[in-house]
Ligand binder design. Structure first.
Ligand SMILES: [Zn+2]
Length: 136
């Protein structure tokens, strides 16, 4: 797979204009409703809260871990080799997103700050989280 193909595959979820490479800090492509201030990820054209027209917008790059676990047995069709860590990360916009973390479970306490990065998931460029400084 070429870098251009990976870029194209990542376009749907990653809000980034330049070339995407694994490890690059990015914002997730979300949507924001100007009428009721609701955020959605992945982005939607219309707000599920008020049926208003939603506007494309990017989530902050940093979030806070509010749930975390380790995956020890591969689910059917798994693209990521086990073991790996999955966290639920709460963004300042009020959206929580599940993603793979590039750290061992013991190194990802609740309250840990993480940042969104472009990450290869199998052959596709998707997103994941990496540690971003101290807890809090
Ligand atoms: Zn709305």
């Amino acid at each position: 797979m070429t870098a251009a193909e990976r870029d194209r595959l990542g376009e749907g979820l990653l809000a980034e204009d330049g070339p995407l490479v694994p490890g690059k800090v990015v914002g997730l492509r979300a949507s924001h409703c100007p009428a009721c201030a609701r955020w959605e990820f992945p982005a939607l054209a219309y707000c599920p809260g008020c049926d208003g027209r939603a506007e494309p917008s990017a989530l902050s790059a940093q979030a806070t871990v509010i749930g975390v676990t380790a995956v020890l047995h591969p689910p059917p069709g798994a693209l990521v080799p086990v073991p790996y860590t999955v966290a639920l990360a709460a963004f300042p916009e009020g959206v929580a997103v599940l993603g793979v973390v590039t750290a061992a479970l013991d190194d990802v306490p609740l309250g840990q700050r993480v940042e969104t990065v472009a990450m290869l998931i199998g052959e596709r460029l998707g997103y994941g989280f990496q540690l971003a400084g101290g807890a809090g």
